[in-house]
Design a protein around this ligand. Structure first.
Ligand code: SME
Length: 157
């Protein structure tokens, strides 16, 4: 092996899109296109969006998303979203019906992944949340790709 690092597809698509558009200084546009890129490139998902941390009110607030209208405000520690945020760790839920405290937004959802967004200074920005109608949709492969994607996104928000 040459030691050259392979950049996962989703991250490549995001950088190419943002740099092609020269939209680096527009976080809302970049967050919105990040959602579009995930929705178009991960199969069998029914909801994808961001919850962004509002420090003033200590709340996670719904950001750009695709899917059914969803809960707008989640407290840190509540649901999969709030638990991932507090723990600063990705949470993969194979069956949301078995996750204590899961917050239902779309009755079609059966599995979920939540990836925290934390900048290089340790500031907690929020989370990326994805739901699937399939049980156990999100494997190690998706987790690594989405964690890489969030790191790439941090360069543009
Ligand atoms: N299921 C999440 C709530 C957000 S919706 O999935 C869009 C949770 O338990 O935190």
């Amino acid at each position: 092996m040459s030691g050259t690092k392979h950049t996962p597809l989703l991250s490549q698509l995001l950088s190419t899109w943002i740099e092609g558009e020269k939209s680096e200084e527009y976080p809302l546009a970049n967050l919105s296109n990040a959602i579009g890129i995930i929705y178009q490139n991960i199969s069998d998902i029914n909801w994808v969006g961001f919850y962004l941390f509002n420090q003033k009110n200590n709340e996670l607030v719904l950001g750009p998303f695709i899917g059914k209208p969803a809960v707008a405000i989640i407290a840190p520690g509540s649901g999969v979203v709030g638990k991932s945020f507090v723990a600063s760790k990705t949470i993969v839920v194979d069956d949301v019906h078995k996750f204590s405290g899961h917050i239902t937004c779309d009755v079609d959802s059966n599995s979920e992944i939540v990836v925290p967004i934390i900048d290089k200074n340790g500031n907690k920005i929020g989370v990326l949340d994805i739901d699937s109608p399939l049980l156990a949709r999100f494997k190690n492969e998706e987790q690594s790709e989405l964690e890489h994607f969030v790191q790439t996104l941090l360069e543009y928000i």
